[in-house]
Ligand binder design. Structure first.
Ligand SMILES: [Zn+2]
Length: 341
């Protein structure tokens, strides 16, 4: 029997990045509206409390967190480009600290619900900010909530598999655990993403040792993605046998996304969710990227309803739309399976 938690705090709706910025609060607002309107299965709502400055400094540098706090409360403290804040990607905005403290508070609560309250699934759609670095903002992300989710679970002595299906490589998460002795022992990081040759952050190559990376060629379609994802994810899951999955379900791998060049349909995307959902392990689900508000809110609310058991998704067709992307993935699969573990 599933026990599902949905975490949120409407305070987040008060704040937005710069007007031009592709990361929009609407995708989250629409997701939550659709969930409220259409969900039939049982779940519990939780209003997230912000984390304290001390809790926020567990991974990020205390000076960096202090700067977020000070600049939100006194704009005269803001220095353009300091800690990469005030760049085109990472604009300075009102709520820079408040939103960050909610994101970290949310994943701490998610881990507590899973470990102490027997929840099987905890969702936090505004999270999944997988690029933020230890002491600077990066790739639209100011704090790295997936890192906090993983750290809390590791502290509870859980074996954690982090899976990231965002179109972009999770460089912030990989950096956080690159030299951590628990990586590859109690933690595995698995990322499917568009190759760094074509997309930010220009990393996540298959030879990388600190995470299991599966780069995809632009144009990768449902069939190529799922053929490889199913085999690699099943292999990794069965070998590693995690207690908890932390899943970043960025929806920017869709064919409607304005930033990436992957070619997934809604059905393809939901098949990824289905495969992950079928595994017997507890799960923390985090949002991530997604720059088409309509697709993202539809994909995430549908993912939630799929986990609730409200909806089912049919299998995708055996149809290779892009031969070059198929061959690229095949070569990567052959390399990975020879070198994994
Ligand atoms: Zn992304």
């Amino acid at each position: 029997m599933k026990k599902i938690a949905l975490l949120y705090n409407q305070e987040l709706e008060k704040y937005k990045y710069a007007e031009y910025h592709p990361l929009k609060r609407e995708r989250i607002i629409y997701t939550m509206q659709k969930i409220k309107k259409y969900s039939k299965g049982a779940y519990d709502n939780f209003i997230v409390n912000p984390a304290s400055i001390e809790e926020m400094s567990l991974y990020h540098d205390a000076d960096y967190i202090k700067y977020l706090y000070e600049t939100e409360n006194d704009k005269t403290k803001y220095i353009p480009k300091k800690y990469e804040i005030g760049t085109t990607d990472n604009p300075y905005f009102k709520g820079i600290f408040s939103t960050s403290s909610i994101h970290i508070g949310a994943v701490n609560l998610a881990a507590d619900l899973i470990v102490k309250e027997n929840y099987t699934d905890a969702f936090y759609f505004p999270g999944g900010l997988h690029h933020a670095k230890k002491n600077y903002a990066w790739g639209f992300c100011f704090v790295n909530d997936p890192v906090y989710a993983i750290l809390r679970l590791l502290n509870y002595k859980k074996r954690v598999l982090y899976i990231d299906v965002d179109a972009h490589f999770c460089d912030g998460v990989a950096d956080a655990f690159r030299n951590d002795p628990r990586n590859k022992k109690d933690l595995l990081i698995l990322s499917f993403h568009e190759s760094g040759d074509f997309l930010f952050p220009g990393e996540g190559y298959i030879e990388e040792k600190s995470s299991i990376n599966f780069p995809l060629y632009p144009g990768t379609d449902d069939y190529t993605y799922l053929l490889n994802f199913t085999k690699v994810f099943n292999y990794v899951f069965d070998k590693f046998r995690p207690d908890v999955l932390v899943v970043q379900i960025g929806a920017d791998s869709s064919k409607f996304d304005i930033l990436s060049h992957l070619n997934l349909s809604l059905k393809g995307y939901l098949n990824i969710i289905k495969i992950i959902n079928e595994k017997k392990a507890n799960k923390i689900w985090l949002g991530g990227g997604g720059y088409n508000n309509k697709f993202t809110s539809c994909a995430w609310s549908s993912a939630f309803r799929l986990v609730l058991g409200d909806i089912k998704v049919g299998d995708i067709k055996h149809n290779i739309k892009d031969q070059r992307a198929f061959s690229y993935a095949k070569e990567n699969y052959n390399f990975l399976i020879r070198n994994i573990f």
